[in-house]
Design a protein around this ligand. Structure first.
Ligand SMILES: [Mn+2]
Length: 356
């Protein structure tokens, strides 16, 4: 490089450093304006008046930079700054956020403790099909040391012609079986009108993936005060997921467990793609217990143990798995449910791993 070029280059570096210094000064000054306005109780969508500032600036522009370029550059900077401010404010305000509550939320339901020292196993059939079916599987699970029994009575099925569940009859069966064995129960509800009835029979309401953004349902379970297991929607971002949970907390119920159950991707070898990174991220960003449903994530039996180990290693507070006495004959999710023997192997594998 010639002497002149070298000199120009270092001159440019010097200008850039000055600009950098000034840009930081600019952000600090803007922050001070926002702070003072907030102190005075002035709440404006655009407290620093971006449009006006940029117009004023352009009136002084003597080139060679075009006015449009100046305008875009400054608008970009101020908008990025405002976005940062707004995000910080929303995060602070969210009831689900760790910034709002730093310690873990522990949810106690009878003898079960979600979000505490030990992980929890939730197991049971996809659908409650009969008293016999549920009792057979529940008794085996109870013997193995499982305390929380799952089973669907109101089934959100992709096709209206598929088995829709036994409804209230199913919940009655579940209560009978659980009372007999001393287990905690969890079952899905799909509409606010089912809450009062369901509350008589089950301990924990599940809101399924397809209803994650059913806002009336979220608000209604929020008002009910009953513990809620909220599943992540098939295509929901983590932000949408925690905002859905926020609806429940905002209505006064903080007994909410978040459940990752796989998201929809291009991959076809699994029913959904288990998003393991969701576990540490949800633990980091919220104070709620985080569980992983390995059955619906994988949609196949052969990798359940590995998926469950990964979930626990990532910090999950519990695992949900579908177990059926005779999966081939199951009325729903036949391919992904494991039988009782397979459950024993699965459970043993988890205990041997030292993660459970
Ligand atoms: Mn299922």
């Amino acid at each position: 490089m010639s002497g002149t070029l070298q000199q120009l280059q270092s001159q440019l570096n010097g200008i850039n450093r000055q600009l950098l210094h000034l840009l930081n000064e600019q952000e600090r000054t803007a922050a001070e304006i926002v702070r003072i306005k907030e102190e005075q109780g002035i709440s404006e969508a655009d407290p620093i008046g971006v449009q006006q500032m940029v117009s004023e600036l352009i009136s002084h522009n003597q080139g060679p930079i075009a006015n449009d370029t100046i305008m875009n550059f400054f608008k970009e900077i101020f908008h990025a700054y405002q976005k940062k401010q707004n995000n910080a404010k929303t995060e602070q305000k969210l009831l689900v956020s760790r910034r709002h509550k730093s310690e873990d939320t522990i949810i106690r339901v009878k003898q079960a403790e979600f979000g505490g020292v030990s992980p929890v196993m939730i197991a049971g059939p996809c659908s409650i099909e009969s008293r016999d079916q549920l009792l057979t599987v529940a008794a085996a699970l109870k013997n193995a040391g499982v305390t929380v029994l799952r089973g669907g009575a109101f089934k959100p099925r992709t096709s209206p012609y598929d088995f829709q569940g036994l409804g209230v009859e199913g919940l009655k069966i579940m209560k009978e079986v659980a009372d007999e064995l001393g287990m905690v129960t969890i079952s899905e509800i799909m509409s606010p009108s089912q809450i009062d009835t369901a509350a008589r029979y089950i301990d924990i309401f599940q809101i399924g993936a397809r209803n994650m953004q059913n806002f009336d349902l979220l608000k209604a379970v929020g008002q009910s005060g009953q513990p809620v297991l909220l599943k992540r929607g098939l295509s929901a971002t983590l932000e949408e997921f925690i905002l859905a949970a926020e609806y429940i907390l905002y209505k006064g119920n903080d007994r909410v467990m978040l459940t990752e159950r796989g998201i929809r991707t291009f991959e076809k070898w699994t029913r959904n793609t288990l998003d393991i990174s969701a576990v540490p991220l949800l633990k980091q960003e919220t104070h709620l217990p985080v569980l992983v449903d390995v059955s619906h994530s994988a949609g196949r039996k052969d990798i359940l143990l590995s998926c469950a180990k990964a979930a626990l290693a990532a910090g999950a507070d519990g695992i949900m798995v579908e177990v059926h006495p005779n999966p081939q004959a199951a009325l729903s999710d036949a391919n992904q449910q494991i039988n009782i023997d397979e459950f024993h192997t699965f459970w043993q594998g988890l205990c041997d791993s030292g993660l459970f």
